[in-house]
Design a protein around this ligand. Structure first.
Ligand code: NAD
Length: 439
């Protein structure tokens, strides 16, 4: 099947690469010339495990092309997938301007009838709005059918999630169009959920809001565990074994970040507000997350009194491991708070430093290893749970610090690892702190 994908970000590129891997002829289009130049050279502009290998293989097989020309991309396309960004507006709602432009681009260049699949995360009613723009501006011989097909991949495991999705949502009002999209995905052997366009749009927001709420819930439980002397890791394990609850998204930490949960939760609240629905549970989800993102700083103030002049080594900048994405990463808030309080921050991340520099600039300094960051530091903040940090030689790290104090925002170390150190002060989330060999 000939498919055009608009947008080569985390979603569009993963989708385009995987659809070519299952045998389709895919052309990806982006307005960012640098991205397309890099993709044509077989270099992925984003860090995503496994993506570049598949990109190179499928491009070499002639099934995957890249262009900046909408006209070239849309010639003969049977399915057009829109995967452009829908970032947050200042009022919390979704910014649909990229989408509007994408719809105008399609209308201006499409010369044959096609199915338009909207994959970007969009508020209820957006498919209708986009369809109207295209219908109004398209060549009158062209017929377009919309299918809402929200995406659920996770950055860091985008390829696996795209190749083995839990379900594929197909929101439609034209049966033939829905069948065409099912045919496109058939080789993935995944269950389909067929529904109306509005329900499909809502499924995406409700899913992300539920997962964000699960995270805030376990974080509140963790904060309670911390004061009553319980261990949240055991509590989460005990809860998660209950099939009705499930084990995922019960890891306590310093809150959710990234390009989806924060904006999608706020966009759903915005929609609720527009329709006079309070959704106070979701408001609390956001408030708990805001509190949680400041937790390491709060704990450090409690420990040190004041942070002025203290050197803090920040391990991890990306919003989660296995990605270079800094959008809404908790590290941004933490770094800014520390800098404001007069602390000197030196950060290390295996892949996100270049992106972090674009946001944090010289608010902090950057190191090329965890050890370099921790040298003579008064405290280590563990912000992203990269495996590299889980496997650190803790004893060696503590030895090069001015004070061997660790605030672990991701509970990277079990009690045994900590107790093997001769001298350490260790403050995890929702578990008892451990102090060894300090006078
Ligand atoms: P992104 O910002 O990484 O990529 C969007 C791309 O679209 C950019 O490269 C941009 O240059 C390009 N673009 C903008 N206008 C264009 C146009 N008119 N024609 C062609 N290209 C255009 O975004 P993303 O993270 O991939 O997210 C895309 C959508 O998918 C969003 O709605 C997001 O909420 C949703 N989503 C994201 C994830 C995720 O993990 N990132 C997961 C599920 C859903």
């Amino acid at each position: 099947m000939k498919i055009a994908v608009l947008g080569t970000g985390y979603v569009g590129l993963s989708t385009g690469v995987c659809l070519s891997e299952i045998g389709h002829s895919v052309i990806c289009i982006d307005t960012d010339e640098q991205k397309i130049k890099s993709l044509r050279q077989g270099i992925s502009p984003i860090y995503e495990p496994g993506l570049e290998t598949l990109l190179v293989q499928n491009a070499a097989a002639g099934r995957l092309l890249f262009t900046t020309s909408h006209r070239e991309a849309l010639i003969g396309a049977e399915i057009i997938i829109i995967a452009v960004g829908t970032p947050q507006r200042d009022d919390g709602g979704a910014d649909l301007s990229y989408l509007e432009q994408a719809a105008k681009d399609i209308a201006a260049h499409l010369v044959q009838s096609a199915v338009v699949v909207l994959k970007s995360t969009v508020p209820v009613g957006t498919n209708e709005f986009i369809e109207k723009i295209m219908e109004d501006q398209c060549n009158e011989r062209v017929t377009l059918e919309m299918v809402s097909n929200p995406e659920f991949l996770r950055q860091g495991s985008a390829i696996m999630d795209t190749m083995q999705p839990d379900r594929i949502i197909i929101g439609f009002d034209n049966e033939e169009a829905a069948m065409k999209v099912q045919e496109m995905y058939r080789p993935l052997n995944a269950p389909f959920v067929l529904t109306s366009i509005k329900s499909a749009e809502m499924i995406k927001y409700a899913s992300n809001a539920f997962l964000a709420t699960k995270i805030s819930f376990i974080n509140e439980v963790a904060n309670l565990c911390g004061v009553v002397g319980a261990d949240v890791e055991d509590v989460a394990k005990g809860m998660g074994k209950d099939k009705r609850i499930g084990e995922s998204f019960l890891q306590p930490g310093i809150g959710y970040g990234g390009s989806c949960f924060p904006k999608d939760v706020k966009a759903l609240l915005h929609t609720a507000n527009l329709h006079g629905i309070q959704f106070s549970l979701l408001k609390e989800t956001v408030a708990i997350n805001d509190f949680q993102q400041e937790l390491l700083v709060t704990k450090a103030i409690k420990r040190f009194g004041e942070l002025k002049g203290k050197k803090v080594a920040m391990l991890g900048l990306a919003f989660k491991p296995e990605t270079d994405d800094m959008r809404e990463a908790p590290s941004i808030k933490i770094a800014r708070s520390l800098a404001k309080l007069g602390a000197e921050v030196v950060a290390y991340d295996p892949v996100a430093i270049d992106n972090a520099k674009k946001i944090l600039r010289d608010t902090i300094r950057y190191a090329s290893s965890a050890h370099e960051a921790a040298l003579d530091a008064d405290a280590v903040f563990i912000v992203t749970e990269w495996n590299e940090f889980r496997h650190l030689n803790l004893e060696a790290l503590m030895n090069i610090m001015k004070q061997p104090i660790v605030f672990d925002g991701r509970n990277c170390f079990g009690e045994e690892r900590i107790r093997a150190c001769k001298k350490i002060e260790y403050y995890p989330i929702g578990r008892p702190s451990i102090i060894i060999g300090m006078t």
